[in-house]
Design a protein around this ligand. Sequence first.
Ligand code: MOS
Length: 696
Amino acid sequence: MSAPPVGAVGREHPRLEGRDKVTGAARYAVEYPVADVTYGWAVPAAATRGRISRIDVAPALAVPGVLDVLHHGNAPRLAPGVDRTLFLLQEPAVHYRGEFVAVVVAESIEAAREGARLVRIDYDTEAHSTVLSEHHPGLYRPEKVNPSFPTDTADGDFDAGFAAAEVRVDATYRTPAYHNNPMEPHATTAQWADGRLLVQDSNQGSSPVQATLAQLFGLPQESVRVVAEHVGGGFGSKGYAKAAVVLAALAAKQVGRPVRLALTRQQLFGPVGYRTPTIQRVRLGADADGRIAAVCHDAISQTSTLHEFTEQSAVYTRSMYAGPHRRTTHRVVRLDVPTPFWMRAPGECPGAYALESAMDELATGCGVDPVELRVRNDPTVDPERGQPFTSRNLVACLREGARRFGWADRDPTPGARRDGRWLVGSGVAGSSYPARARAAAAAATAAPDDTFEVRINATDIGTGARTALWQVAADALDVPVERVAIRVGDSDLPPAGVAGGSMGTASWSWAVIRACEGLRDRIRDHPGGAVPAEGLTVEVSTADEVRAQPARPRYAYGAQFTEVRVDADTGEVRVGRMLGVFAVGRVVNPTTTRSQLIGGMTMGLSMALHEEGLLDERYGDWVNHDLATYHISVCADVERIEAYCLPEEDPELNPAGVKGLGEIGIVGTAAAIANAVHHATGLRVRDLPIRLDKLL
Ligand code: MOS
């Protein structure tokens, strides 16, 4: 018997702010009471590529309550930055349909909306190109892929290894555009006073948003304050400053009053970033026992004419399975489309769909069980970098998942199980996500009454981050959690990085622990070992410590198991069971951990069966722009879902011993479902989503 946990870390706890959220006491970006506030409404371009030739704002200004209409001809000037996507209302050029070209500001939201409807814009249009294809003449090799991985890699001799293999898979997988739909849209309240800009903004990192606004508006960083206390999700789309905050700040400057601006649900489909469509060719060559000799993953994606963003889809394949002959490539094309950006596990998510599907095809080709195939190809060192992993528990996840799922009884023959009109099948996929950490600063204060306050500009986008940090802080201070208060979500707090890349808790807990340790030392060293009336504060940065961390391969792992049934007559797919087993380092809070993992898995189900941005080439835009036409899985789509974490201690990670877990839940899930559909029907669908018409 192991001893029960003595501290706060490892214990279930509901979100600290949960009650405030459900009672409406928690303020989101456009809910702060602000005197003299006005409302902004963004106007999207109705052309795909070209220039604004004429803009007539008179009908909009005639609406009672409309104060102003901002556009390229009159808006305050911005300093062009790295990402031209944010250079809004500065020039007449239109780069994609839906790009924001004007903002109406009014005394009421209704007047702003009506004014936006009445802004008359004429365009000189040019021919556009908006459809991704492997034959597009504009495909090129980018310098790097998101965020800074090498574009291509090669080891051994793939062509020779593949040609000599006994069993070969050569398959091309396609994924459509996917759109981030957080509950809270991108939304901002902006106000200027004495040359300083204050924004309450819905984002995943106030420190980076502060830096971007300072750059765009030519201000010193300390003249910009960004508050993001409560954020209703982001999935990556709020990882950097986006249109809403820039437009709100421009509008507030123009009218000299505070402005609230929230994008509509429809306006999220494109301008805030989306997951690029991908075309991925995967080739696997193996011996008759399924041992991989050659692996190649060629990924194609799109970016915009404004800014290069290349989804790193093939990077997953660089470290996942063994094999001496390897190659990965990325190619991208600039289309007249919005700039794609992060969406939960950019790279790993589409990449794992392709590789884990190909692994299933290889299992079938070799006649090897797909769990066993993955076990056989588990590398002892990182296959490209040659270094040992800090910890790698993929095999343990596969074994534990197989046991819990009841995999051993599975008849591998496709179409062998039938339950009335349903064809029943099961599938598996591996899963991994990098365990990163970035530098952060944090402060901890002790009060004479033995209470403590910990401050860090972390962002809690609904994941439970502030609760996890509070638990970590209590243990680092060695006091009961009740004596600790945590403050996050304000650029006036010690700076910290983005809630993204599944590195929030790892990065922030590092700084929190160091600040709390420093504070304990300070209290101990203080004369009498007591806290003086004015309190004691320690602020630290982990910059040096994080930089000194040896570069070793660090990943979280998982195994995803699913059972599906397919209606033999209609092709309808239902997911009866999803089961994931994950190795994510130490689990700080089992409650919020489970929520993150099953949330990611549900989003993977959504990707497999429902989500699809349908582009109409004539207009160069997606035709499904809302939650009625862009289908996202709901609770009723998930009949039984389970997520388990293996105990995992990895002392090389960070002081809290955590690996990120916000994204791994979506990695491999779509492949596990596609593989189960193949097992149920014998049909291999290689272009998502698996709509019923593809199964008939
Ligand atoms: Mo995540 S897509 O890095 O917010």
